[in-house]
Design a protein around this ligand. Sequence first.
Ligand SMILES: [Zn+2]
Ligand SMILES: [Zn+2]
Length: 65
Amino acid sequence: MSEEIILPAMCACNDCLSLKPFSLERHQGIEQCACGGDFCGCSACVLPAVEHWLQLETAKSKGFN
Ligand SMILES: [Zn+2]
Ligand SMILES: [Zn+2]
């Protein structure tokens, strides 16, 4: 039984974890992040970045900064 995770089409920066809409230029490393890092659009890179930002949001909503 295989379980597929459907991702929104995004690219994540491997350095600062910033998320951008998916584009081939980003996915192929032609367009780099403002921090100089490389984007990747695969789930192994995007999922941890999404979780990172979700945790930040959760922390803020609970009053932690
Ligand atoms: Zn970056
Ligand atoms: Zn990747």
